[in-house]
Design a protein around this ligand. Sequence first.
Ligand code: MG
Length: 170
Amino acid sequence: MYPKLIAFDLDYTLWNLWIDTHVTGPLRRSGDIVVDRYNAPIEFYTDVPAILRRLRDQGVVIAACSRTSAPDLARQALTLILVPGKDNEPLQPAIELFDDLQIYPGSKLKHFRAVHAKTGIPYEEMLFFDDEPRNREVERLGVTFHLTPTGVDNEILEAGVRAWSARHST
Ligand SMILES: [Mg+2]
């Protein structure tokens, strides 16, 4: 069982870089990968594309909540990075798998209040993956927070889902 909504931070949660300091626009596709002005690659951690596809196919609402100061670059990256299509259809832009993008600096309490206002989904039905302990403050709203010190992979995802489940299985 999955929560109704799963949200992901971007930097060091879905990809291993800070989009505002490590990356210089414009971004472009070079073969299968996305690179910046200096040909530095921008790509998701290995398991992420299939995870996004799987969650989407299961009907989970997917959100990105990032406090980066480079929201335009983050959106560009999500638009250029490709993920598997449904039922072996062609690859598609990752951004199409996200139902909501909250990308701007500041406390993530604001990001989650916006997600809640937009989707109407209760905070208790939200699971959030993020690499920074300070963002655990969203638990005050009722969101389940799961720390991702080494980024999202299949094991971390399942551990997060189990943690959410344990809190809500009474
Ligand atoms: Mg981060």
